[in-house]
Design a binder for this molecule. Structure first.
Ligand code: PMP
Length: 360
């Protein structure tokens, strides 16, 4: 069919593909790195007590209750905190705000697959730096001329963590550009770079409520950095949509931050389950980087990842499979409850008995 004239003006993009969100309670959902435990009890209470009459009004555009709670939790000024609709919103806004130069922005070749999508959407030049053969970030690559740097720590989907000294080494070599550290998974075993923001004005640390704080459905993310970076982010935000955060997210997010004990307890449970899972995965013959996040990136010499993915789905067990170079024989598996991981273990044991037939 001939192109209709108005089609010439449509922006062409290749979108990010989010993980499946299948309906139903009986399935084991280990495909999008959610937290298996519910949010803090105070969040449930605040939700019960919420007055829907308040929805009549616009929310606080600055989300003060939430930025104040985060500032107190992390020991920074409230003017050093920016919040958004999930860290995707915060990261997208940060790409738009800080990566506005001519030189390429650098990020790893295997990383959060939204980075190249934002770069393409906003017309930002970028260059990917290849991970080494053990899937680690090569710090040396981040010494070349660039217009900005972004990487997750721990990286996703490898789960591999860089020490704070290594993060600082990259920062030290890149003081003329904004460096963004995406700490979506840092609470599961790493040291945050937030303490470095007082010494590096060009550092922006981004975190989320979707994983360690168990509130993916509420869509809350935040960035912490020098107040001039936060001001720049807000200028872009207010040039696009003043009311990004809805009222329930502001109130419930602030509640979640207050309950440190619950946060630490659920984190401890996930980390314990992760380490236990590593043990039996190894016994079953799986290979994986030593993840410090709430997921493992596994492969098996006798069973193709895509086959395992399809078979597990038939058992109502959802894991993540990326059909992309270097990842297409691996599965990314979220750490769920002990019970969920036991269901997975039994299913994998059964499948591996047949695996020889399908190997190749
Ligand atoms: N960064 C990384 C590395 C992620 O894996 C994710 C989860 N998809 C995000 C950011 C975004 O998470 P959210 O928008 O739910 O905060």
């Amino acid at each position: 069919m001939d192109k209709r004239p108005w089609e010439a003006n449509i922006r062409k993009v290749v979108p990010y593909v989010p993980g499946e969100q299948p309906a139903g309670d009986r399935l084991v959902k280990l495909n999008t790195n959610e937290n298996p435990y519910g949010p803090a009890p105070g969040v449930r209470k605040a939700l019960r007590e919420m007055d829907a009459g308040g929805f009549r009004k616009y929310p606080d555009p600055a989300a003060n209750a939430l930025t104040a709670a985060l500032a107190a939790r992390y020991g920074v000024g409230q003017d050093q905190v920016f919040v958004g609709v999930g860290s995707d919103d915060v990261l997208g806004m940060a790409f738009l705000t800080f990566f506005n130069g001519e030189k390429p922005v650098l990020f790893p070749d295997i990383t959060y697959s939204f980075y190249p999508v934002w770069a393409e959407l906003f017309g930002i030049p970028f260059k990917t730096c290849e991970l080494d053969s053990s899937l680690r970030i090569r710090k040396g690559d981040y010494g070349q001329p660039n217009g900005g740097i972004i990487f997750p720590n721990p990286n996703a989907p490898t789960g591999l963590l860089m020490g704070l000294d290594e993060v600082e080494e990259i920062l030290g070599r890149n003081q003329d550009v904004v460096v963004i550290v995406d700490e979506a998974y840092i609470d599961f075993g790493g040291q945050s770079a937030i303490p470095l923001v007082s010494r590096y004005e060009n550092l922006l640390v981004v975190q989320t409520f979707s994983k360690s704080r168990s509130m993916a459905g509420m869509r809350i993310g935040y960035a912490i950095g020098h107040r001039d970076l936060i001001r720049a982010l807000n200028d872009v935000k207010y040039s696009y949509n003043s009311y990004t955060m809805n009222m329930p997210s502001i109130i419930l997010g602030a509640e979640a931050v207050k309950d440190e004990a619950y946060f630490q307890e659920t984190l401890g449970r996930i980390v314990a389950t992760r380490e236990k899972t590593k043990g039996w995965m190894r016994e079953l013959g799986f290979d994986f980087p030593d993840s410090q996040a709430n997921f493992l990136l596994v492969s098996h010499g006798q069973a193709k990842a895509e086959w395992l993915f399809e078979q597990l789905k038939k058992e109502q067990i959802y894991v993540r499979y990326f059909k992309t170079p270097r990842l297409d024989n691996r599965l990314r598996i979220t750490i769920g409850t002990d019970e969920e991981m036991e269901i997975l273990r039994k299913a994998l044991e059964k499948l591996l008995q047949f695996a020889d037939v399908y190997a190749g």
